[in-house]
Design a protein around this ligand. Structure first.
Ligand SMILES: Nc1ncnc2c1ncn2[C@@H]1O[C@H](COP(=O)(O)OP(=O)(O)OP(=O)(O)O)[C@@H](O)[C@H]1O
Ligand SMILES: [Mg+2]
Length: 396
């Protein structure tokens, strides 16, 4: 049964591996895309350099030279890099790949272009175009839309990967929980169902034996009837786990004392069992008696096991400040090490040869989900003993 616990810790490792992979993919993409962006930027800068040179050439070349190809090749071919040429009189003279809003007057257009130039200067310093007689113009430019979109890409990617990871994690853990719940309920219902038929025939047999006291000694019949009753109780518990159990107001002192009397008869006489109560004798709690008794039984059985059948088992009922009551169950057994404190409630965790590792899981589920209470290890010391605490809401 320890094995199935290992799967849980393996799941944690799996989660870490998945998270690390996501991180790796995210940062890998970031580095990769940054590299591409740098390369693209280099190319775009070269392109603008070429554009600047072409502009200079067009303006300084001999009148006879055919400069048309330059205009074709350079000025028209570039369709994505926004650029503005400011001439020697410091006027925006040409523009490339900039949409000017319609209905602007000439002055407004200039104003608009100057605004663009300010933006461009933030990203790139302008490229100088040398003209005749020491005059020069400047080409301002910005990144192409491609680069601007690429810059967002890694962040979008990381956001998507994180969302996916989160989704996977959530569905993973909720499906595991849902599956566990289905297993519980299925197991419990099936057991109750299977026990039902042989139980009713057993009861019929008991009746038969009772009607024939000459052949069947009465004390034996009584014993058998008690066992059948006990099986009946177990069946009832199992079937109530599958459905939503009904809670009823019960006197806590009475329930605990009554049930521990019954338990005391079933455990080793070398275990000294005591029940103390600091509650008012009329203290009422809302519980499902069958299931609550089951919880007490599971915890007490574990305690007896931990003491290897010899020691003290103490139950104490204590009022708490905030409308709650505590039921402390202490033993003088082997204790639980710090490392195992959390594990004891995990399904399948058992240190016993014949243990299912389900007792405490079920007990916690019953207390917390059905009774809205709490169940935890209050204290434990290796070699000295352990105290489990059940906390329930008080009915006032
Ligand atoms: N009072 C205790 N003192 C020391 N160890 C305990 C105590 N109660 C529980 N444990 C530890 O917690 C483990 C889990 O307990 P749990 O009741 O869930 O399963 P189990 O008793 O091993 O099997 P079963 O399903 O039959 O109850 C036990 O195997 C034991 O190692
Ligand atoms: Mg147990």
């Amino acid at each position: 049964m320890l094995k199935s616990f290992d799967i849980y810790s393996q799941n944690n490792i799996l989660k870490i591996i998945v998270a690390l992979n996501l991180l790796l993919v995210g940062s890998g993409a970031l580095i990769f895309i940054n590299r591409i962006i740098n390369k693209l930027e280099d190319r775009e800068e070269q392109y603008v350099q070429l554009y600047a040179r072409a502009l200079g050439y067009v303006q300084t070349a001999d009148v006879n030279t055919d400069v048309n190809f330059i205009v074709q090749e350079v000025l028209v071919a570039n369709k994505t890099i926004p650029a503005i040429y400011v001439n020697e009189q410091n006027e925006p003279a040409y523009k490339l790949n900039i949409d000017i809003p319609q209905d602007l007057s000439a002055d407004e257009t200039k104003q608009f272009l100057r605004q663009q130039i300010l933006e461009m200067r933030k990203n790139h310093s302008p490229i100088r175009v040398d003209l005749r007689d020491g005059d020069f113009g400047l080409v301002y430019y910005n990144n192409s839309t491609l680069i601007r979109q690429l810059r967002y890409f890694p962040y979008a990617l990381i956001a998507i990967l994180t969302a996916l990871g989160l989704l996977a994690y959530l569905s993973f853990s909720s499906s595991r929980r849902a599956e566990q719940n289905r297993v519980w309920v299925g197991l419990a219902k099936e057991t109750a169902h299977q026990l039902g038929t042989p139980l009713s025939s057993l009861m019929a047999w008991v009746e038969y034996m009772r009607s024939d006291p000459e052949h069947y000694e009465e004390s034996v019949t009584d014993e058998i009837e008690k066992d059948v009753q006990r099986l009946n109780t177990i069946t009832a518990r199992f079937s109530s786990i599958g459905s939503i159990p009904t809670l009823k107001e019960e006197n806590l002192n009475e329930v605990v004392t009554h049930f521990t009397d019954y338990l005391a008869r079933r455990i080793s006489t070398k275990v000294k069992m005591t029940v103390e109560s600091n509650l008012p004798p009329t203290q009422v709690v809302r519980i499902n008696r069958l299931l609550f008794e089951w919880v007490i039984e599971n915890i007490c059985k574990n305690a007896v096991d931990a003491m290897a059948g010899v020691g003290e088992l103490r139950l104490r009922m204590i009022p708490l400040h905030n409308d709650e009551v505590a039921i402390d169950i202490s033993d003088t057994g082997k204790g639980i090490s710090k490392a195992n404190l959390q594990k004891v409630f995990a399904p399948g965790y058992s240190t016993k040869k014949r243990g299912w590792g389900l007792g405490l899981t079920l007990a916690k589920r019953i207390v917390e989900e059905y009774h809205n209470g709490r169940l935890f290890v209050k204290s434990s010391e290796v070699g000295k003993g352990t105290t489990f605490r059940i906390v329930l809401n008080k009915e006032t």
